[in-house]
Design a protein around this ligand. Structure first.
Ligand SMILES: Cc1ncc(COP(=O)(O)O)c(C=O)c1O
Length: 380
């Protein structure tokens, strides 16, 4: 772990709560499930889960059973939905812990019903229809069977069918034709489930992008991930267009470890992929690709010192990289460098653009060696 004075990811739980509340106001009367998988997109599972609950969030969502287990072990007793587990994973404890499980195939239902018998309580399940993502979820040709089996399992007291749900392929492109097709397929799957005798109290389809931009997709519940963390899902204006001012939750910062003067023609960092065209001062930032700083940011990313942009020069190394402070630099070791997420600094989306990736990856990859420091801008 890096010393927090040297480098840290500062997590603003006040901004996190404000983002959640802003989206909740927009989508009401639909409810909000805050997605805290992947260590809350790199922001820290338990602190973010607690902050979400404190902000009044009824539902949390995770991908893996391990993540769900950590939340229960930390004392979270609220509604918790988990949708990804392997064929050998044990389901009795999750059912006993009241964790809602995604069901993607009739085989899952049989396993869950068996686990419920051992756990001595009905399992809460959400039936997932594949509406066109072709990644997970019940293939349409098995949907009638799944609904019939779910109804039988519900009648037998083995499961409670809480929801029908699905996931979108192109929600970040609101005019993409897949959106209308998936919406129609979802509505038809819900109708089929109800015709099979299931009440389907909850329908959920939308992620952040759809929650912001597609009112018809909000149904009873939206699954809110990236927007809660203050990153626009489409690297654009989806949130602003919806009147939702998102605030970055993660700021990655470090202290300059050293500065040095380089003369024109000096090669900087491994491979000398950047040669100083004129004399300048460069500064050493103590974070690297082992910390999740993309190597693709080599010579294309930028940081900020007191709002002044400082470009990355040469290759990002495992533990450090070099920025250009300019020929007239006055900074010295100890100066505060913001990589992204601060006022007047680049954003996670800006880093993503420079690196040919998405803001999700930029924040989620910040590694475990980088200490998280929790602040609440609402109270400081
Ligand atoms: C099934 C599912 N629902 C919801 C989300 C949240 O998506 P977003 O972060 O775009 O809001 C994800 C994240 O990838 C997901 O996998």
């Amino acid at each position: 772990m890096i010393d927090p004075a040297t480098a840290s990811a500062d997590i603003d739980l006040g901004a996190f709560a404000a983002n959640i509340r802003a989206v909740a106001d927009l989508v009401a009367p639909a409810d909000v499930m805050v997605v805290v998988k992947a260590d809350a997109y790199g922001h820290g599972l338990i602190p973010c889960a607690r902050a979400a609950r404190a902000a009044g969030v009824t539902w949390l969502g995770v991908a893996t059973l391990g993540e769900a287990r950590k939340l229960r072990d930390a004392g979270d007793t609220g509604r918790l939905f988990c949708w990804l587990y392997g064929p050998e994973e044990e389901l009795v404890v999750p059912v006993a812990h009241g964790i809602d499980l995604g069901v993607h195939h009739p085989d899952h239902l049989a396993r869950i019903a068996a686990a419920a018998a051992t756990a001595g309580r009905p399992a809460r399940v959400h039936l997932k229809i594949d509406t066109g993502l072709s990644r997970n979820g019940c293939p349409p040709e098995l949907w009638a069977d799944l609904c019939a089996e779910a109804k039988a399992a519900e009648d037998a007291g083995a499961v409670e069918v809480v929801a029908v749900w699905s996931h979108l392929a192109a929600a970040d492109e609101p005019t993409h034709p897949a959106n209308a097709a998936q919406l129609a397929a979802f509505e038809s799957a819900v109708a089929q489930a109800r015709a099979a005798g299931l009440t389907v109290p909850v329908r959920h389809l939308a992620n952040s992008a759809a929650a912001l931009a597609q009112p018809a997709m909000r149904f009873d519940l939206v699954r809110l991930g990236i927007a809660a963390y203050g990153v626009d899902p489409a690297d654009g204006t989806l949130a602003a267009d919806a009147g939702v001012p998102l605030r970055p939750v993660m700021r990655v910062r470090a202290q300059l470890l050293a500065t040095r003067r380089v003369e024109a023609g000096a090669g900087v960092s491994y491979g000398h992929t950047w040669i100083a065209p004129e004399a300048t001062t460069v500064g050493l930032v103590p974070l690297g690709y082992a910390d999740g700083i993309p190597r693709h940011a080599s010579s294309v990313g930028e940081c900020a010192i007191a709002g002044r942009r400082t470009p990355i020069r040469g290759r990002v190394c495992m533990d450090q990289f070099v920025i250009d402070l300019g020929p007239d630099a006055t900074e010295s070791a100890g100066a505060e460098v913001t990589l992204f997420g601060g006022p007047g600094s680049p954003t996670a989306s800006g880093w993503a653009r420079a690196c040919g990736t998405i803001g999700y990856e930029v924040v989620t990859r910040i590694g475990s060696r980088v200490p998280r420091r929790y602040i609440d801008s609402a109270v400081v």
